[in-house]
Design a binder for this molecule. Sequence first.
Ligand SMILES: C[S@@+](CC[C@H](N)C(=O)[O-])C[C@H]1O[C@@H](n2cnc3c(N)ncnc32)[C@H](O)[C@@H]1O
Length: 237
Amino acid sequence: MNAPQEFDQHKETYRSDIDNAVAFSGQSHDFFTRVKAEYLVDMFKDFQAKSADPSKPLRVLDIGCGHGHIHPYLVDSGVALKLSAIDVAATVVDEAKAMNPTVDYKSYEGERLPYDDQSFDIAYTIAVMHHVPPAQWPAFLDEMRRVVRPGGMIAIFEHNPINPLTQWIVRTCPIDENAVLLWNRRLSALVAQSNMVDVTSKYILFTPLDGPAYRKFDKMIGWLPLGAQYYVSARRP
Ligand SMILES: C[S@@+](CC[C@H](N)C(=O)[O-])C[C@H]1O[C@@H](n2cnc3c(N)ncnc32)[C@H](O)[C@@H]1O
């Protein structure tokens, strides 16, 4: 799997590297993080509304959490959740821990997640799989599946290789030097092969413009394969 040191080496410049790469859009890394948090919070709310006991906190795992920049948006979203997060870069995880004391952080070697089977209701991963060698993609997804309970969900957020601006960002961002982008169709097929059901996907971030109207617009055209990113979600039967 990915050498854990790779992101430890980028820890000082991670946010500024991404800010520089996306600067032409007029937005910062934080904008893109916040938008993805909105999609996740919607997912959590839907999931909780359908659960047998909606008052029970959702057990959520973030795989490849990095510095946990998204965690404040999730923790403060009003959804009752117990958030756990893990990454291969141990020093990055230490920084995340210091920033988000209510999140349960761990680091690991990148293969077997150190959690029991069926420990979570939802496991998600953002901008991680393109750093995992392609031969390891099925094993990575099998691990996501293993740690969610039957009826639980997984969600994978990835860069959309069709989008030329995304390609440009990946080419110019130092942390993406070894990235191998995944196409939605390939990722969706891999998720189905890992015995998940109800595999669906949505393109996101069609515009870097901020505000509720633009977000509503994004959600209306989520079928159009032009967004800067996309996510694939699925349920464990
Ligand atoms: C581009 S960063 C994304 C961080 C965070 N998810 C975000 O969106 O800000 C990719 C992260 O994936 C982590 N990573 C790479 N391979 C991994 C693996 N096999 N398991 C867990 N994390 C991994 C890296 O250490 C890095 O922190």
